[in-house]
Ligand binder design. Structure first.
Ligand SMILES: O=C(O)CC1=CCC(=O)O1
Length: 96
């Protein structure tokens, strides 16, 4: 199942920059591993914001929940999920 996920990062202004840097490094590694596995299909920066728009390919809602709650930045994010289904005009066989 495909999901459109918008993530807005809200790190506390007083967070130690070294701590923030360590969380961001873990977030990048976590994200890139999921991208290599095909679970995190796309990630885009929303221009001008500390926000991304992503497409996830998860087995079901529970799998998406597990992936999102595992994000190192999860405690500092607002997340909005939109489930997607195949458009009848899509020519992409892997959009399901
Ligand atoms: O910077 C972000 O939008 C948060 C994030 C998600 C994956 C990643 O590497 O950073």
């Amino acid at each position: 199942m495909l999901y459109h996920v918008a993530m807005t990062v809200r790190l506390p202004a007083d967070m130690d920059p070294a701590v923030a840097g360590e969380i961001k490094a873990r977030e990048k590694a976590y994200s890139q591993a999921l991208q290599q596995q095909g679970v995190w299909r796309h990630i885009w920066r929303v221009a001008g914001l500390y926000e991304n728009v992503s497409i996830f390919d998860c087995r079901d809602n529970a799998h998406l929940h597990e992936v999102l709650t595992g994000l190192p930045l999860y405690p500092h994010m607002d997340i909005a999920v939109t489930p997607l289904c195949r458009h009848p005009s899509s020519v992409r066989e892997d959009d399901r």
